[in-house]
Design a protein. Sequence first.
Lengths: 188, 188
Amino acid sequence: MRPARPPVPRRPRRHDPGRRDRLIDAALTVIAERGVAATTHREIARKADVPLGSMTYHFASLEEVLAEAFTRHADSVARVFDERLSAAPDRAAAIEAVIALVADDLLGSDHDLVLAVELYVAAARNPALRAVTQAWMARSRQALERHFDATTARELDALIEGLVLHSALSTDPMTPEQIRHAIHRFLR
Amino acid sequence: MRPARPPVPRRPRRHDPGRRDRLIDAALTVIAERGVAATTHREIARKADVPLGSMTYHFASLEEVLAEAFTRHADSVARVFDERLSAAPDRAAAIEAVIALVADDLLGSDHDLVLAVELYVAAARNPALRAVTQAWMARSRQALERHFDATTARELDALIEGLVLHSALSTDPMTPEQIRHAIHRFLR
DNA sequence: GCTTCATGTGTACAGTCGTACATATGATGC
DNA sequence: GCATCATATGTACGACTGTACACATGAAGC
């Protein structure tokens, strides 16, 4: 008799609803840890512990994965932004909310920090991602406009961006007190 | 007789001193046009119109090319920064110099804009490039300190960063008047 | 003029990539 | 139970990558 075909260790099929979601999360993890440049089908699949073929089944292209991942990330950051600001009863509280946003939420997590910058360069080349970025910016500006006039909101948004980016790239990041000082100075 | 080996059109050897410099410039062009991710030995060689082998002769690795390119770019931007600010006789002129820097130099050239963001993400993963970024930041802060105290210089530097980045990514970039307004507001 | 060797040129190689696709399997609706 | 088909899995393919390297050539020093 012919020997049974050699025992190719085919991994058992898994019932895995929500795998697509997990893949998007895995993609975000890979982007944050390794950068968009190193974010490949294979790397994401490895992180999520699924076979390569699963990527092409759930996504039409790598671009689609990136777009979905960044959209999810921007949504989650924007949500925090909204919550912090809508919880502020007055302007003074709003200023504190902004300071907390920058010092705690944005600078508190290297993860988020890197994701933002990665999104920026990706957006520079990819129209779909540029749309994600713009929706994100519009949303945070809108949140600021709950408490500040449109011009102030726009300028403040830019200042926040600068403070975060500047701190992110510095070996000597600004302290929360320095952040507070800069924001108060602008809004004084 | 054996036919002469088919006429492989070997390109004539060129006497080309300064080729290494041209390659670094070509690398900057490729980075600006296509992004770090698409910046390959072959792409740079094509842009500079030299054979692939020339890349590995002049540079030990692609990383080395990127580091040299970004260093050159940072130097050239920092030089403009220095010149604008050292030409300002007083604080009022310095403020105008800063406005001109942002509105004309930084936002005036998509090229420079993209290079800055590309450098930021590359720096996030590459220690050599992080050093380049930090030297650049230190230098621009130092230029600002000709006219402003250290704290103001640092905050202003961050604001500039934010204004530039924010405008770069927006479909609706700030006008020079809006830039002027934001900077005056901060320094008022 | 001859030698030397820095510089210039072409090509090969092994690895990784995105994507396509053939095949397997079990949850679901009947 | 049975059929269906969305989902899961493994693999193949051509394209492109960084890098190594063999060979060519002519400028520079003697």
